[in-house]
Design a binder for this molecule. Structure first.
Ligand code: FPP
Length: 241
């Protein structure tokens, strides 16, 4: 299955979309794509098939976002913590990513037509070399597209991203490129993998759990403490870690 699906919404989806679009719409939605293993277990499927279904749901979600004119989506596809899972599961997820990024490369025309820019956020050095190469090709191929943006967090955690940003600033000070007094929230934001994106307006966790799991910790903050739309839940729920 392809990432960028063509097609129309069904009647119920169209009605829902019209109702949603009558109100304020998010410009950037982030997704934690979990629950795949629980889904597979419930349906008596192989774990890898659960992850594949998770990807199919992502493609469906991107189609909804396209119809809802949401220009930017960020997805948590593979956390650095996920490397601790069994070799079989990690290899399976790397293979799924390899296949899906290779498929992306075949879809150049479609990506160009819709102006989709793909970015991959994370430490790609942690990935097998062939996967790094196919990801790099997809990112380079779409880097000048500017109608919509899909950020795939892969080999990512927020604490790693922030640590990396702090290290970059420290290096800048050490090399005399900046002064210690230049270090600021704004500069740190510039050093994050997400530096090209506005902060998300809405964060959705597909399994329904209410935890951030080291995802976009810096970026879910909103000016004036206004947690728009879905994010209010994270502020109000006591079990948030
Ligand atoms: C975390 O929870 C989810 C993952 C480790 C993988 C999510 C990845 C995909 C849906 C495929 C994405 C691929 C690309 C190329 C973007 P879990 O789903 O393992 O299960 P749990 O929450 O039920 O334990």
């Amino acid at each position: 299955m392809s990432w960028i699906r063509e097609g129309e919404l069904n009647l119920l989806e169209r009605i829902s979309a019209n109702i949603l679009m009558a109100g304020p719409m998010p410009k950037h939605v982030a997704f934690i794509m979990d629950g795949n293993r629980r889904f597979a277990h419930k349906k008596n499927m192989e774990r890898q098939d659960g992850h594949m279904q998770g990807f199919n749901k992502l493609a469906e979600t991107l189609l909804w976002c396209k119809h809802l004119s949401i220009p930017e989506v960020t997805v948590y596809a593979f956390s650095i913590e996920n490397f601790k899972r069994s070799k079989e599961e990690v290899d399976g997820l790397m293979e799924l990513a390899r296949q899906k990024f290779e498929k992306l490369l075949e879809e150049q025309e479609n990506l160009e037509k819709h102006g989709v820019c793909i970015r991959v956020l994370g430490d790609l050095n942690m990935l097998p070399l062939d996967l790094q190469q196919v990801i790099a090709k997809a990112v380079i191929m779409t880097k000048n597209h500017n109608k919509c943006f899909l950020n795939v967090c892969f080999a990512y955690t927020s604490r790693y991203e922030i640590t990396n940003a702090v290290r970059e600033m420290a290096l800048g000070v050490e090399q005399g490129l900046i002064k210690a007094s230049d270090v600021s929230e704004a500069l740190l934001s510039e050093c994050l993998y997400s530096n090209n994106s506005p902060n998300p307006d809405l964060l959705i966790r597909t399994s329904g759990e209410v935890r951030l799991s080291d995802f976009l910790l810096w970026q879910v903050w909103k000016k004036n403490n206004q947690y728009d739309m879905g994010l209010w839940r994270f502020r109000n729920m006591p079990e948030v870690r």
